[in-house]
Design a protein around this ligand. Structure first.
Ligand code: G3P
Length: 217
């Protein structure tokens, strides 16, 4: 399973890169706004830092505008993936951009048929939002399972990015289901990396190490 980070914060991306597990980045307008930096500057810095795909979202709501913005974003760096919401206009834009060889990540997916339509239109990725479904008493991970099952039936190569991840159980379930990618906020990534019993165990080993005679280091 590939691990992406869901942030536009360059410090978080650098730290995640140093862990050696980072395969890509997903951003959205909310995450970029949090950085309080000029849009193009922050996106280009992320694209230089990370060799893998970097998803950047369009903000137009009509197909023509989405296609125009998507073409421009894709011209900024070879690893940019254009993020398009699954609306009727978004679907039209996905078809046009995909046919031009521009990779599209379809965002704001809340039911499996939206993912099927995105795959039919040629999207490289679909992003089911599991946390936001859980927030309204839906089953986020059931959505992921359904999409994976449908894609298997028809042999779609569109990759599933589990998004809107809130805690390590989302990551574990994504891996158990065989999702291609999970995109995690930095805080969740650190929760996955760290375990309290590992910290307690290490502290005990280090304490006992002090009792070892003639230590080489
Ligand atoms: O990047 C899209 C997605 O992961 C947003 O997550 O936490 O705002 O629902 P969240």
């Amino acid at each position: 399973m590939k691990c992406f980070i869901d942030t536009a914060d360059v410090a978080e991306i650098r730290e995640a890169l140093s862990l050696g597990i980072l395969d890509g980045v997903t951003t959205n307008p909310t995450l970029v706004a949090k950085t309080d930096r000029p849009f193009k500057d922050v996106i280009l810095e992320i694209c230089r830092l990370v060799p893998g795909p970097v998803s950047v979202e369009v903000v137009s709501t009509n197909a023509e505008g989405m296609v125009r913005e998507g073409r421009e974003l894709a011209s900024w760096a070879p690893n940019i993936v254009v993020k398009v919401p699954l609306t009727p206009e978004g679907l039209k834009a996905i078809r046009v951009l995909s046919r031009e060889g521009i990779r599209v990540n379809t965002t704001l997916i809340f039911q499996p048929l939206q993912a099927l339509l995105a795959a039919k239109a040629g999207a490289a990725y679909v992003s089911p939002f599991v946390g936001r479904l859980d927030d309204v008493a839906g089953y986020g991970m059931r959505l992921v399972a359904d999409i994976l099952e449908i894609f298997r039936h028809y042999g779609y190569t569109t990759e599933v990015i589990v998004a809107s991840v809130r805690h390590p159980m989302h990551v574990l379930e994504a891996a158990r289901l065989g999702a291609h990618i999970v995109t995690m906020p930095f805080a969740v990534m650190m929760q996955v990396v760290k375990h309290p019993l590992t910290d307690v165990g290490l502290a005990r080993f280090l304490e006992d190490w002090q009792k070892v005679p003639e230590k080489p280091f």
